[in-house]
Design a protein around this ligand. Structure first.
Ligand SMILES: *[C@@H]1O[C@H](CO)[C@@H](O)[C@H](O)[C@H]1NC(C)=O
Ligand SMILES: *[C@@H]1O[C@H](CO)[C@@H](O)[C@H](O)[C@H]1NC(C)=O
Ligand SMILES: *[C@@H]1O[C@H](CO)[C@@H](O)[C@H](O)[C@H]1NC(C)=O
Ligand SMILES: *[C@@H]1O[C@H](CO)[C@@H](O)[C@H](O)[C@H]1NC(C)=O
Ligand SMILES: *[C@@H]1O[C@H](CO)[C@@H](O)[C@H](O)[C@H]1NC(C)=O
Ligand SMILES: *[C@@H]1O[C@H](CO)[C@@H](O)[C@H](O)[C@H]1NC(C)=O
Ligand SMILES: *[C@@H]1O[C@H](CO)[C@@H](O)[C@H](O)[C@H]1NC(C)=O
Length: 482
């Protein structure tokens, strides 16, 4: 059951965002451009505190809604923001920051206020900056952080669960979308009608919760870095050839799902969300919505979907993001759930890919090889595991791949980029497959609960795939069958 008023509120919300849409500027919508613009403001204001800067950015973006003011105070009211405005509000950077931070979805399904991060994921800046502001405020004032969860994720998730109570739970979150051009990103289009919790808002919210918690928790002797440095450390890092993500101890963006889970799972998320909604209603003077007996159940169902989709499942880089060509013929649908998972290595490319740029290039060259030299319909694998922290979509969950002769209709074929004859992939890459992708597949109905894992070499005669080293490794995995 849902009340008319909830729907009305949501409509008003969409309306507000839609009418305040503005034309897109010429700036590239990537995290590096945003960090460079922040850096310019820092350079022209020596000694600037990062807290003053995030507040001034909030003011520029007009994010002074009641809940933000409740937790962080009004940005218009803070004297430390005043001097900065000249730096931020001057013509060129004002239009940049305003467009980069102000979140809206247009009537045409274009999402703004989002940027493409170097790891290939799309981030809404508003919840990211609110999380950082909350953490910095606690650190500078020596208090415990308040509002990190409600401001970064809680409000977004709660309102999305409620607004779409009549929809199946899995449609109350997302979607993701596609950039017009990943090298020169300007326009981000959503892949279906938006909920109030698009993937970009959830990514930005997770990142805001991670960075905010970290900042609020710095020891008394540590001073926070400049905002540009905080962002650079998290988004623009280079992984080492040797152990990839296994060698990284600091917080970096490809770890957003595991890190946000470890921080937030300790909270009772159901009661946190109910508290957040109660606060929204109080501030909006719409307390009567609490009388809707369906609220608690909508939150419970929504959270279950959230945990499955954004924590159990790994983030999968979609075909449009890595620059896939369409299949040459109509693909054949699979009949789910499947009984088998076949493990491959790519052999060539022979080295693990450690960045979005490199993994995407590898995906494109494998697709070209499979389509043009082999004459296949599409890239053969169902999914491909990079060593950049992500899984790449091949033929996906629902369509038949071409990976394991005579077995393509009964199993998924997943390949890890690299030659694993005598070395192993990073622990992180193997765990993405062994734990995350597998759990996601079973819970999502792609694999039967009693499915079995096999190496490619076990079912066809002419190959040593997935390599001696990787094959001896997977013999120890759950579900492996000799
Ligand atoms: C505007 O601000 C940017 C960044 O702070 C700075 O580089 C630029 O020189 C400023 N322009 C003017 C006209 O003040
Ligand atoms: C703004 O400042 C005034 C005077 O210091 C104070 O009374 C008021 O509560 C502040 N408002 C907000 C929203 O912080
Ligand atoms: C906060 O810092 C302490 C000590 O540095 C650390 O043990 C703890 O895990 C941190 N908590 C979070 C949530 O990051
Ligand atoms: C978060 O804090 C830990 C220490 O508590 C540090 O090692 C790590 O680099 C920090 N991460 C970021 C992104 O600031
Ligand atoms: C794969 O690794 C094996 C063992 O290190 C090596 O002999 C072989 O040449 C490699 N193949 C490619 C294509 O790199
Ligand atoms: C898995 O379970 C399904 C139905 O529960 C059954 O039909 C199938 O034979 C089982 N497969 C194996 C390999 O045990
Ligand atoms: C592999 O080859 C052997 C001998 O040629 C044959 O007996 C066996 O059936 C083959 N196995 C498969 C899976 O094709």
């Amino acid at each position: 059951m849902s009340l008319f008023g909830v729907k009305f509120f949501v409509l008003a919300f969409f309306y507000f965002f839609t009418v305040s849409s503005r034309p897109t500027g010429v700036h590239l919508r990537n995290m590096d451009s945003f960090i460079r613009a922040v850096r310019q403001v820092e350079d022209s204001n020596p000694g600037l505190s990062p807290l003053a800067l995030v507040r001034a950015l909030r003011r520029t973006a007009g994010h002074d809604d009641m809940m933000t003011i409740h937790f962080l105070g009004g940005s218009y009211n803070l004297t430390d923001a005043a001097g900065l405005e000249t730096a931020i509000l001057n013509a060129s950077s004002f239009s940049f920051f305003d467009k980069a931070i102000h979140h809206i979805v247009t009537d045409h399904g274009e999402e703004r206020g989002v940027v493409l991060a170097p790891d290939g994921t799309t981030i809404a800046l508003a919840p990211l900056l609110l999380g950082i502001e909350s953490g910095l405020k606690a650190k500078m004032e020596g208090t415990t952080a308040v509002g990190i969860f409600p401001l970064t994720l809680g409000r977004t998730l709660g309102l999305s669960f409620l607004s779409l109570q009549d929809f199946p739970a899995f449609l109350r979150l997302g979607p993701n979308g596609c950039w017009d051009n990943v090298e020169r990103p300007k326009v981000f289009k959503l892949s279906r009608p938006p909920t109030l919790a698009t993937d970009a808002l959830i990514n930005g919210g997770m990142d805001g919760a991670i960075l905010g918690t970290n900042l609020s928790n710095l020891s008394a002797s540590e001073q926070p870095q400049a905002l540009s440095e905080i962002l650079k450390g998290y988004y623009s890092f280079v992984l080492s050839e040797e152990r990839g993500l296994d060698a990284v101890t600091s917080h970096v963006s490809p770890r957003r799902r595991e890190l946000s889970r470890s921080i937030l799972e300790t909270l009772d998320l159901h009661s946190q969300l109910m508290e957040t909604l109660t606060l929204v209603w109080k501030l909006e003077k719409t307390e009567w919505i609490a009388l809707d007996t369906g609220v608690s159940k909508a939150v419970k169902d929504g959270l279950k979907t959230f945990v499955h989709k954004y924590w159990d499942c790994p983030q999968i880089i979609s075909r449009c993001q890595w620059g896939a060509k369409p299949p040459r013929d109509t693909p054949i649908p699979l009949s789910l759930p499947l009984q088998f998972l076949y493990i491959h290595h790519t052999y060539e490319p022979s080295s693990p890919c450690l960045s979005f740029t490199k993994c995407s290039r590898n995906m494109r060259s494998m697709q070209r090889f499979h389509q043009e030299d082999r004459g296949w319909n599409d890239i053969g694998y169902s999914f491909v595991v990079g060593s950049d922290g992500y899984i790449y979509e091949g033929s996906g969950w629902n369509l038949r791949g071409r990976h394991t002769r005579n077995h393509n209709s009964i199993g998924y074929g997943v390949s890890i980029i690299g030659n694993y004859t005598s070395t192993l992939p990073s622990r992180h890459a193997m765990n993405l497959l062994r734990h995350r992708l597998v759990q996601c597949a079973v819970d999502g109905g792609g694999l039967a609960a009693n499915f079995t894992i096999h190496g490619h070499r076990q079912v066809v005669n002419y190959t040593t795939c997935p390599g001696d080293a990787l094959f001896s490794e997977i013999r120890n995995w759950e579900h492996f069958q000799g």
